[in-house]
Design a protein around this ligand. Sequence first.
Ligand code: NDP
Ligand code: MG
Length: 334
Amino acid sequence: MAATIYYDNDADLSLLKDKTIAILGYGSQGHAQAQNLKDSGCNVVIGQRPGSANYDLAVSHGFDPLPLEEATKRGDLVNILLPDEVQGDIYRNQIREHLSTGDILMCSHGFNVHFGQVEAPPGVDTLLVAPKGPGHLVRSEFEKGGGVPSLIALGPGASETTKKLGLAYAKGIGGTRGGVIETTIAEETETDLFGEQVVLCGGVSELVKAAFDTLVDAGYQPEMAYFECLHELKLIVDLFYQGGLNYMRYSVSNTAEYGDYTRGPRIITEQTRAEMRKILAEIQNGEFARDWILENRAGAASFKAIRRRNRNHKIEEVGRQLRSLMSWINAKEV
Ligand code: NDP
Ligand code: MG
C-alpha cells in the first residue's frame, strides 16, 4: 500500500495564527523547529531549563525561555522535544497537570506515547510530527528554502482539526516542502527502533567490527582493515543514498558486484533474518521498551558499562590516528 504524502498546498499555516506553540527543549530538534516556526510567523514559546548552553542559545536566537511548566501552560500545541529517556518522568512531574482541555500534545518520536510513558489527559489530542533528519538539517534546509521530509501521525481518537493543525505545523517547520508522509505512532516507533537496531546503528557497527577483527586476526595491518571495512563504507552509502542499491552496483567494479551477489547472502543468512524477526517481535511486544525504561530507572548502569567497553575497541584507536591525517573529513572525537 502506497503512503499518503502531503505537500505545501495541503496545509494551511493560518490555522496556527491564534495559537501558541510551546517547544519544550532547545536541543537538536527544539532549536530547529522553534526557529523555523518563528520564521513562518507562528507564536512560539520555549520551555528550557536554565544554566545550560541550550538556554543561552535560545536567548541568543531572540527567545525568552520559560520553565517547562509555564511554557506548557501558555502553549496550545505543546511539543516535547526532550531526550526520549527523560520524557516519561518530566511529563508526569512537570507537564501533564499544566495541559488544558483542547491543547494538543506533540512529539517528534512516538516511543513514549506508544509505550505508555506519556499519556495525554482526557480532552487533549496527541500528535506526532517528525522530521526525517537531524535538527541542524531541518534548520539549514529551511533557511535555503527547502525542507526535510517529515512524518505525521495522530494519537488514538485525535480529531480532524488536530490533523489540520499538524499539517500546518509541518508546513511551519518546512516539512511539507519535502513531503509529509502519513503514518501511525505505532508504525513510526516500531520502524524507527527496528532500523536503528538492525541496520543503522546495531547491524552496521557489528558488521564493521567483525570484518575489521577478521582481517586483523588474520595478520593484516589494522590501518588497511580500517580503510576497507569502515572508511570506505561512506563512499558506498553515498551511492545508496543517491540512487539505491542499483546505482552502487552500477558504480563499483564488476568484480565487486559479483562478490556482492555471491558472498553477501552468506553473511546475512536465514539465521540472521530469523534474528531480525525476533528483534522486531521484541519491539512490537514492548520487551525492548521495558528493558530500556528499566535500564534508565537503574541509573543506566549496564548501558554505561557497555558504552565504556565499546569506546576502547582497537578500531577506534587506529581510526583516531588515521582520521587525524585526513584534514578534509572534519574528524570528531568523543
Ligand atoms: P537533544 O538531546 O538534542 O535535546 C534535549 C533538550 O532537552 C535540551 O534542550 C536539553 O537541555 C533538554 N533536557 C535534557 N535533559 C533534560 C532534563 N532532565 N530536564 C529538562 N530538560 C532536559 O534532543 P533531540 O532534539 O535529539 O531529541 C528530541 C526529540 O526529538 C526526541 O524525541 C527524539 O527522538 C526526537 N528526534 C530527534 C532527532 C534527531 O536527529 N536528534 C530526529 C527526529 C526526532 P539541556 O541543554 O539543559 O540539557
Ligand atoms: Mg497549554
